[in-house]
Design a protein around this ligand. Structure first.
Ligand SMILES: Nc1ncnc2c1ncn2[C@@H]1O[C@H](COP(=O)(O)OP(=O)(O)OP(=O)(O)O)[C@@H](O)[C@H]1O
Length: 462
């Protein structure tokens, strides 16, 4: 059990508050849903079957934090997270992506996640192994004999063996070079490295796409039957470090165990965020696209209800995956979804449009706030960026107004506005004399005046 599982819903909301401004109802809903999943997993079998999963429907305009809440929740709980657009899917049997593929993609994300964590755990050991391989390449004569066969032993003993004296001096030389290597003195030295390479068979013509849909990975199946070749490559020591680290790390990982853990994590902790659910929610007119949209809903149903999907890593149950449906629902309503699917998304939350005050807070408060990001970026070039209160107010006001006059894209507008305000500084940063730059209302106006005073703002890319 991870620490996250011990967090109460209130504590989860408090964690989300560090990144997302407002939207309390949505934060509360996801916190309850995730806690209920943990509770459900603890129930005896008969009860587990009775208690239905409680998925969430987030309703709200674009750019107000729907995805961000889900993504942060996933990060917080160490869950594999996938965002898909409902409109990308077509019914089973039609050309396009089958809904099942979302579960396969989630598993793939989970595998990469676990692999990365495990690689991090073995990093020190892998770095030692890389160092030995680089030393072998730098002073081949000091290399330890490896895997000498019985016959090899026989012939080796007949060849000239280094005397104990010579061996000692080689060992000493190796240690001296090791020291230089660790001091970073040899990073640009050219060496020759042998890299193991799998021959990947040509499978394009065999229709891998459809096989993937059935959970069959022909590439890896055939690949494991093919011989591995060794290829010699010349590169600098620093390039060799980068190339060899993942190779040596992988050797230290038990991939079967990692895959098992990844499958387990995808099915017990996975979160799938289905965006644009409103676009497939239509009262059927009984013709063309409407029928197809309803078809996608019908295909979604078993996945959201709990079924088994075959993936190339093994079967995955979808019972405990948390599904978060999302959409603006301007043109349609949740009640336009087929009734069974409506029933699978019982938790409904509405996210509110962001106000000018929210914009001010979004600019400065989140741990990853845009202004903080720019301050960090420019500090790498010795520049201190200071945003005054009226500078922030001005940017929030302009973003808010542009959303009214152009299309309302929510908080995303802040990114384009801040980017425009800081464009010149970002460009000039390496050459400026004055290292302290103050962004106040006057500065912001100076950069954006032309744009906002123009009647036709749409001609500007903002
Ligand atoms: N309430 C908020 N607090 C902090 N940042 C926010 C908030 N709302 C949006 N943002 C920022 O705006 C960007 C877009 O938000 P997000 O991806 O959550 O949009 P969305 O509501 O899911 O819209 P869409 O359905 O179009 O994807 C993100 O980078 C996010 O950090």
């Amino acid at each position: 059990m991870t620490n996250f599982d011990n967090l109460t819903p209130k504590e989860i909301v408090r964690e989300l508050d560090k990144y997302i401004i407002g939207q309390y109802q949505a934060k509360k809903a996801v916190a309850i849903a995730i806690r209920n999943r943990i509770r459900r997993q603890k129930l005896p079998d008969i009860w587990q079957k009775e208690v239905l999963p409680k998925n969430i429907l987030m309703i709200g305009p674009t750019g107000v934090g729907k995805t961000e809440i889900a993504r942060r929740l996933a990060q917080l709980s160490g869950s594999p997270f996938l965002k898909v657009e409902a409109t990308r899917f077509t019914e089973v049997g039609y050309v396009g992506k089958n809904v099942d593929s979302m579960v396969r993609d989630l598993v793939e994300i989970s595998v990469n996640m676990v692999k990365k964590e495990r690689m991090e755990q073995v990093k020190d050991k892998a770095e030692q192994m890389v160092e030995e391989r680089i030393l072998d390449a730098l002073i081949p004569e000091s290399r330890k004999p490896q895997n000498i066969s019985f016959m090899g032993l026989f012939t080796a003993s007949q060849q000239q063996q280094p005397s104990p004296e010579e061996r000692r001096s080689l060992r000493q030389k190796r240690e001296e070079i090791r020291q230089k290597l660790r001091n970073g003195e040899l990073e640009n030295e050219m060496i020759e490295i042998e890299i193991e390479k799998e021959i990947s068979p040509f499978i394009g013509a065999l229709g891998q796409g459809e096989l993937e849909d059935l959970g069959i990975d022909l590439g890896s199946m055939l690949g494991s039957l093919m011989p591995k070749t060794r290829q010699k490559k010349r590169m600098t020591v620093s390039e060799a470090r980068r190339t060899l680290l993942p190779i040596e790390s992988e050797k230290l990982i038990d991939m079967d165990k990692a895959t098992q853990e990844a499958l387990e994590r995808a099915q017990n902790r996975g979160i799938i965020f289905i965006d644009e659910l409103d676009k497939i929610a239509v009262k059927s007119s009984g013709s063309g696209p409407d029928v197809s949209r309803q078809g996608v809903q019908r295909d979604l149903l078993p996945i959201v209800e709990g079924t088994t999907i075959m993936t190339k890593y093994g079967p995955v149950r979808t019972d405990y995956i948390l599904f978060i449906g999302s959409g603006a629902f301007h043109m349609s309503r949740p009640s336009d979804l087929i009734p069974e699917l409506q029933g699978r998304f019982p938790i409904r939350v509405e996210l509110s449009s962001l106000t000018r005050k929210d914009f001010v807070r979004i600019l400065v408060e989140p741990e990853n706030a845009i202004t903080k990001q720019y301050q960090a970026l420019l500090s790498t070039e010795g520049i201190e960026l200071i945003f005054t209160e009226d500078g922030i107010e001005e940017m929030a006001k302009i973003a808010y107004e542009l959303n009214q006059r152009l299309e309302n894209i929510g908080a995303r507008r802040l990114y384009t506005v801040v980017e425009k305000v800081l464009e010149e500084i970002s460009f000039e940063a390496p050459d400026v004399q004055e290292k302290k730059i103050i962004i106040d209302a006057k500065y912001v106006m100076g950069k954006l005046e032309n744009i906002i005073s123009d009647e036709d703002v749409s001609s500007y890319i903002l």
